[in-house]
Design a protein. Structure first.
Length: 495
């Protein structure tokens, strides 16, 4: 269903795939705007001008200059280009001193936050607010909706309401409450925020400035990336100190499960796979497994259950829960393929198991897009025991590739993975395996339950694979939900 009018949306994000990526936010910021354009939305992404962004956009040209930004002496240039893969328009903030540097968007090569992050992301937020007001230097394009994402854009709704008198409505999507953009109090006035709003009913958070709280407090509407997470963040366990404010706005928080980019993640067309396959022609998955085993130096054993992990190695992801079980599972005939990076202690612990078990466990530290696809396709099961997971995309990739996800019942994992049992097998909804709790014992128990079916009931295993692979995991439904939310937010503000 297309929009009834050419709704204009400014989609503000600190990262966008394939231009720049550190996590799942980039995937959403690349896929959702593309899906919305197919619904008739006139959307433009606003992103900082990192080197990789400037190098990859097509038809890049200057469209405006903005002066007078807080803490910035020189004017910043706005460029506009097109993402090659989707043809979505992108507005880039070109400010070399802020964004054109080595390292990730948020941290330096040593893993330390850039000290000027408050400036870098207040500029992103301020430019977004200006582009939604009568001060906008863009001719004939003023957004109806400004869709903000995570703490890096959290000051946008505050600037829109408090300093720019924006005519647009704002939505803030909460992708991960663990990251909030909290800085010392003096930053508030340095960044041009009105001092009288440095209070509990504003952007103050325990005598500090919170970018995320500002967004939550001032945004016209809120969304999260799954229905379960929308409820979880209103609790002390998952609200990270903001659960009270979120509970106050509880009825305004809309949980919309992410989709996946089916052109990017599809075993029937994936260019990174040695053999394509599908739900109805799944035999090719065995060849992909064999090739993966060879590539990673694992024993060529078609019958060995191959368990995959593609993840950040952090406490949130719960992979420390796997460590006490790895040797036992290897001794019982399992193989492991891990790709990821994160906490040095976890990197070291997994690497030791790989060293001690040649041919049975492979560990690749870092990020490798082709290998991530090959692990997702070549493995039999995908391990994702996150302690909390707002949405998660890897479990959906697993479903699409017939690599059955093993997950904890939290957030988007609970919303997308249906545990295999007598009833769900009968009604053909079973598509993976769900832990009873986030513990090493529960993880071992659910893996063994999956292994029993894998080894003893291959026909049943194929049925579970088929259930997942035949699901519509695309952005189609979710994009329509966002369009409905945009329309509702605009109508509500007009009342």
């Amino acid at each position: 269903m297309k929009a009834l009018f050419a709704m204009k949306v400014l989609f503000v994000s600190p990262e966008v795939f394939p231009l720049i990526k550190t996590g799942g936010l980039a995937d959403v910021s690349g896929s959702l705007p593309s899906a919305l354009t197919h619904l008739g939305v006139d959307i433009r992404i606003l992103v900082p001008g990192y080197p990789s962004v400037l190098h990859q956009l097509l038809e890049l040209k200057s469209v405006a200059t903005i002066t007078g930004l807080p803490m910035i002496d020189a004017p910043v240039q706005l460029l506009q280009g097109i993402i090659k893969e989707t043809q979505v328009k992108v507005i880039v903030i070109k400010a070399a001193s802020l964004y054109e540097r080595a390292g990730s968007p948020y941290i330096d090569a040593q893993g330390i936050d850039w000290p000027d992050n408050p400036i870098r992301f207040s500029v992103l937020s301020k430019v977004a607010a200006i582009l939604s007001s009568d001060k906008s230097p863009l001719i004939n394009w003023l957004p109806d909706i400004v869709h903000c994402n995570d703490w890096q854009t959290g000051l946008t709704p505050a600037y829109m309401k408090l300093t720019e008198n924006s005519t647009a409505s704002s939505i803030l999507s909460l992708h991960n409450m663990a990251f909030q953009g909290i800085f010392s109090a003096e930053w508030a006035t340095k960044l041009g925020l009105p001092s009288e709003h440095f209070r509990v009913d504003g952007f103050e958070y325990y005598d500090q400035l919170s970018f995320l709280k500002a967004g939550i407090f001032y945004a016209d509407s809120l969304s999260t990336v799954s229905r379960s997470y929308a409820l979880e963040i209103q609790t002390e366990e998952f609200g990270f100190g903001l659960e009270g404010l979120l509970a106050e706005r509880g009825e305004e928080i809309h949980g919309i499960l992410n989709g996946i980019e089916m052109d990017e993640w599809n075993p029937a067309s994936d260019p990174y796979l040695i053999k394509k396959y599908s739900a109805t022609r799944i035999a090719g998955k065995k060849e992909v497994k064999k090739a993966l085993q060879k590539e990673l130096g694992l024993n060529n054993d078609a019958n060995a259950p191959l368990l995959g992990i593609v993840s950040r190695l952090t406490y949130q992801k719960g992979l420390d829960l796997l460590l006490p079980n790895i040797q036992r599972l290897i001794d019982e005939g399992c193989q492991f393929a891990l790709l990821g990076s994160g906490e040095s202690s976890l990197e070291a612990a997994f690497s030791i198991f790989s060293h001690d078990n040649p041919g049975k466990m492979s560990v690749t530290i870092g990020y490798n897009e082709p290998l991530s696809h090959q692990i997702m396709a070549g493995c039999d099961m995908f391990i994702m025991p996150s302690r909390f997971e707002p949405c998660g995309l890897n479990q959906m990739y697993g479903l699409a590739y017939g690599t059955l996800p093993i997950v904890n019942a939290t957030g988007g994992l609970a919303d997308s993975v249906i545990d295999t049992g007598v009833a769900t097998l009968k009604n053909k909804t079973a598509n993976g395996f769900v832990m009873a709790e986030a513990s090493s014992g529960a993880l071992l128990a659910v893996i063994k339950r999956a292994l029993d079916i894998y080894r003893e009931d291959p026909k049943g295993w194929r049925k579970i694979q088929r259930n997942g692979m035949l699901q519509n995991l695309s952005w189609d439904h979710s994009a329509q939900e966002y369009l409905d939310l945009y329309t509702k937010t605009i109508e509500t503000r007009k009342i």
